[in-house]
Design a protein. Structure first.
Ligand SMILES: NC(=O)c1ccc[n+]([C@@H]2O[C@H](COP(=O)([O-])OP(=O)(O)OC[C@H]3O[C@@H](n4cnc5c(N)ncnc54)[C@H](O)[C@@H]3O)[C@@H](O)[C@H]2O)c1
Ligand SMILES: [Zn+2]
Ligand SMILES: [Zn+2]
Length: 348
């Protein structure tokens, strides 16, 4: 089979590799019908994730069809259409049983294994361990082009942004960063009855997208950001400020937008320490949340997509075939220049 193989920083190739096969009784093999690229894949290619070593097949998001099942599999059969999520789970360890497969102990303390600790989904076929507890059947009425965004970005914006932020009816919400993850928070904040959803970004195309995805207001980031958002919230600041970029300055922006009693939900992956103005924050009764996505909201999100409440397909702006995967990475890496959000990659 063919797959996208990592060979060290800035070195990857679409090449022939040994076929994916069942190794353990709890495995299945999935033929990939559609996959996508995540910002994390770009971090890996910069050499930022040392656990990913030469020879690893990249990718942690896929929709596909089961072609082989291990002897212990009872919930799935050959021919089933399934979603392969970014987070796998054994279903039995301390963290899986408390709904936190992001820290699955059986999988080595981290639920993110594809394209990280084992071979990933940017391939014609992928081996899926603990398939009974990790895969999701895709209901009728949900297309591949919708389901693929439920593997990672939609649950991330929803779980680590909207749910962790505790969005409630009537709340005002600011989302700092309108990439796929921030836009996923925008798409799902309305489900909890937010009265205002304010998207903040420097990229005009993404701000337009945010309005299309249900934001009530779009603010172009600049020296007046805090004043602009405060003016939109009767001078009070927002109830929930979601950080979806991952820089110290954007977390500080989120912190300065939140009103007393509110919540700052940090979604961004940070690479450096952040100095928070605790001398101002302690007296404001604010909550700061953070975490790695668990993807346990996928069944809910699948129902909302099937019911027409979440237009997940709008995330995909560019399509490529597997043999164009290098081009797909170039477009995703230079998203602003290409007016790109998420790219989808299919066999042909
Ligand atoms: N916590 C988790 O489990 C988890 C999972 C997936 C991704 N993430 C993280 O979420 C973050 C967002 O992911 P993404 O895929 O949407 O990334 P992205 O790069 O596509 O989007 C980030 C957006 O932030 C905007 N931005 C940059 N600087 C800004 C600033 N100063 N003010 C306002 N906006 C600014 C960019 O224009 C871009 O639109 C990343 O840090 C990613 O690593 C976290
Ligand atoms: Zn990802
Ligand atoms: Zn587990």
């Amino acid at each position: 089979m063919k797959a996208l193989v990592y060979h060290g920083p800035n070195d990857k190739a679409w090449e022939t590799v040994p076929d994916a096969a069942v190794q353990d009784p709890t495995d299945v093999v999935v033929e990939v019908d559609i996959t996508t690229i995540c910002g994390t894949d770009l971090h890996i290619l910069q050499g930022d994730v040392p656990a990913v070593t030469d020879g690893r097949i990249l990718g942690h998001e896929a929709v596909g069809t089961i072609t082989e099942v291990g002897s212990a599999i009872s919930g799935f059969s050959v021919g089933d259409r399934v979603l392969v999520p970014a987070i796998s789970r054994c279903g039995r360890c301390e963290y899986c049983t408390r709904g936190m497969p992001s820290h699955c102990q059986t999988l080595g303390g981290i639920g993110w294994i594809f394209g990280h600790l084992i071979d990933g989904t940017q391939a014609e076929y992928v081996r899926v361990p603990y398939a009974d507890t990790s895969l999701y059947a895709i209901p009728e009425g949900v297309s591949d082009e919708q389901a693929i965004f439920l593997a990672d970005s939609l649950p991330t914006g929803y779980e680590v942004g909207v749910l962790a932020g505790g969005v409630r009816p009537g709340n005002t919400v600011a989302v700092v960063g309108a990439g796929a993850v921030g836009l996923s928070a925008v798409l799902t904040a309305g489900l909890w009855g937010a009265s205002k959803v304010i998207a903040i970004d420097s990229n005009k195309f993404r701000l337009e997208k945010a309005l299309e995805f249900g934001a009530t207001d779009a603010v172009e980031v600049g020296p007046g950001t805090v004043g602009d958002v405060t003016a939109l919230t009767d001078g009070l600041g927002v109830d929930v400020a979601i950080e979806a970029v991952g820089y110290p300055e954007t977390l500080l922006t989120a912190a300065s937008l939140v009103r007393p009693g509110g919540t700052i939900a940090n979604v961004g992956v940070h690479g450096t320490p952040v100095e928070l103005p605790m001398q101002d924050m302690w007296i404001s009764n604010v909550t700061l949340t953070m975490g790695l996505v668990d993807t346990v909201s996928i069944p809910t999100l699948l129902k909302m997509v099937a019911g027409g409440r979440i237009p997940a397909e709008k995330m995909g702006t560019h399509s490529f075939t597997f043999d164009q995967i290098g081009e797909a990475y170039d477009v995703f890496k230079n998203a602003a220049a290409h007016q790109a959000l998420k790219v989808v990659i299919t066999p042909s």
